[in-house]
Design a protein around this ligand. Structure first.
Ligand code: CMX
Length: 463
């Protein structure tokens, strides 16, 4: 193993964590690095509770309650903050800034989900060596137990891959370190440690689970899956296990895709679900399994499959070289039939999504993608749809979100099974949502329990 070779070269070398055997040649492990920031995070939480506890974050109007709680600031979420105009920032860094500083794979250029994971968990940009150590740590955790393999292999091929993913992730809680320690009487101050261990296990295993589902549903079944190469990163192994190991472009887009989709502050359905279910002290597997069920909704993660379906339907109807007017006509058809244009609009953003920009930029940087008629149609839609949606006059944000581009890139490299796209979103979102869950437990947030009102009570209050 690479790590072992590096360890031999560097004698001063520490143990990662009590619960896991991989060692970090670079010095402090992820767990030890998080432990260093725990006192300051707890101090900050204490200050906020005592000094600002009575300050108002805004007024709650009936329209917020009737309108999906849009705009209400009701949750702490430290790893990322979403600005309506600027888009997402991870611990204060924009996507282009992250792309500059977060280490890529040795054989690639795109920022790695592993380096994003380290960053989201700690707020500190990992060094090359720390990233390599985390890659090796996750590789050690990525094998799934035989009972889980059996469960996955028993699913009918016709069961939607997201339903399989939800079920498999929930079943992995059989080995939850958090649940075991909790029932053995773990102290509250220790919660974050086993939450971290479960989260790293889950993140690593989710890629292996996803690859197994893909093999069962679209290829020749699990017996043909190549063995994991534990010297490689999660995206490389995932690509290799689903038959794309020889496609460098695919491996790179999977790395970028997974790094970009990790986190989008706390209010979106999958992040909020992880936070809500986790607040009941359900273990990370149960919390994230619930989140995946939300990600499977067409207004959230499933939009990436819908967006590509829409692009391909335009291509089928009028060809890849459709004119702007023809694209407009297709857009009006979908709007006039009462449907939404998938991949457009956002509950918070009011400008094009910088995640869309990053994916579009990837396409434009890679000649074979830039010349693909499907990608060119995505680009055409980007030029035409905002005008049509503005004229339509309903959506508050006529610009593309990340889902407008992501499917076309996967499709370009030959991942043509749309129903699988949200699974790839799911391997990524685990990284952000579980980083935030670790932080929830560092600062000891209580069970989430807002107050509901009935429509009758609103009428009574204000009549
Ligand atoms: N096409 C047509 N109409 C749209 C629209 C779109 N892309 N986006 C919003 N609208 C409509 C809404 O349906 C709503 O209509 P009604 O008043 O008839 O219900 C109206 O415009 C106002 O909606 P909004 O306030 O602008 O948007 P919301 O915050 O309610 O919803 C979102 C946000 C993303 C669910 C919505 O824009 C949408 O359905 N987009 C298409 C699906 C999509 O791309 N989802 C992925 C989002 C990213 C992610 O979470 O992964």
């Amino acid at each position: 193993m690479l790590l072992a070779a590096r360890a031999a070269a560097r004698p001063a070398f520490r143990t990662l964590s009590q619960a896991h055997s991989v060692r970090y040649a670079s010095g402090k492990s992820l767990s030890e690095t998080i432990a260093e920031i725990v006192p300051e995070r707890q101090e900050l939480a204490k200050k906020i509770r005592t000094e600002y506890g009575q300050k108002s974050l805004g007024e709650i109007k009936v329209e917020n309650v009737m309108g999906g709680m849009r705009g209400l600031k009701v949750m702490i979420w430290d790893p990322s903050v979403l600005d309506a105009n600027e888009g997402i920032r991870f611990w204060g860094k924009s996507i282009p800034e992250c792309q500059k500083v977060l280490p890529a794979a040795k054989d690639g250029e795109e920022m790695l989900p592993e380096s994003m994971l380290w960053f989201l968990m700690t707020g500190k940009v990992p060094s090359r060596e720390q990233t390599d150590d985390l890659i090796a740590d996750l590789a050690e955790r990525s094998t799934i137990p035989a009972y889980a393999e059996k469960i996955i292999d028993s699913f009918p091929k016709t069961l939607h891959p997201m339903t399989q993913f939800v079920s498999a992730v929930a079943a992995l809680n059989h080995d939850s370190k958090f649940a075991k320690a909790y029932s053995a009487g773990m102290k509250k101050s220790e919660y974050w440690k086993t939450t971290l261990e479960d989260s790293l296990d889950l993140i690593a295993k989710s890629f292996t689970v996803a690859a197994r589902i893909y093999n069962n549903v679209y290829l020749d079944g699990a017996s043909k899956i190549p063995a994991l190469d534990k010297s490689r990163d999660l995206s490389w192994n995932f690509a290799n296990q689903i038959g794309f190991g020889d496609k460098k472009g695919f491996i790179e887009i999977i790395r970028l895709y997974n790094a970009l989709h990790t986190d989008h502050e706390g209010g979106n359905v999958s992040a909020h679900t992880t936070h809500l279910v986790g607040s009941a002290l359900s273990d990370p597997y149960l919390s994230y399994s619930a989140a995946l069920a939300g990600l499977a909704g067409p207004l959230h993660g499933l939009a990436n499959q819908e967006a590509l379906k829409f692009v391909l339907s335009i291509k089928d109807a009028i060809g890849g070289d459709a004119t702007h007017d023809q694209v407009k006509e297709q857009l009006w058809k979908i709007l006039n039939s009462g449907r939404v244009v998938p991949g457009y609009g956002h509950a918070v953003l009011r400008k094009p999504d910088p995640r869309f920009d990053a994916l579009r930029d990837f396409g434009n940087r890679n000649k074979d993608v830039a010349e693909d008629p499907v990608f060119q149609l995505v680009d055409k839609l980007f030029k035409v749809a905002p005008g049509v949606l503005t004229e339509h006059g309903k959506t508050k944000n006529p610009f593309p979100n990340v889902d407008a581009a992501s499917g076309s890139l996967l499709y370009h490299y030959g991942l043509t099974q749309f129903e699988f796209y949200t699974v790839t979103f799911g391997t990524s979102r685990a990284i952000g949502a579980l980083s935030a869950l670790v932080h929830d437990r560092i600062i000891g947030l209580p069970i989430e329990r807002p107050k509901s009102v009935s429509m009758e009570s609103i009428v009574q209050m204000f009549k």
